[in-house]
Design a protein. Structure first.
Length: 75
């Protein structure tokens, strides 16, 4: 998915209050940025995904936390 489409889907999920989808989309954005070598930007999005996963009680929170630890953003 390209950045414009991803941004559009993120805005739509925010307007609907779909926390689970937001966590998934922010995670996708973060991993895409990390794959492009943009660590700070990628970790920003992963942090948002992690917060949303925690707020929504998602099982993905543990994996997101581990990703942030691996990148030195979390203990």
């Amino acid at each position: 998915m390209n950045a414009t489409e991803l941004n559009s889907r993120i805005l739509d999920a925010w307007s609907r209050g779909d926390g689970q989808l937001l966590a998934e989309l922010y995670s996708e954005a973060g991993n895409s940025l990390l794959d492009s070598g943009l660590e700070n930007e990628g970790c920003f999005y992963l942090t948002q995904a992690y917060i949303l996963a925690l707020e929504n009680g998602l099982d993905t929170a543990a994996a997101l936390h581990a990703d942030l630890v691996r990148h030195g953003r979390e203990e």
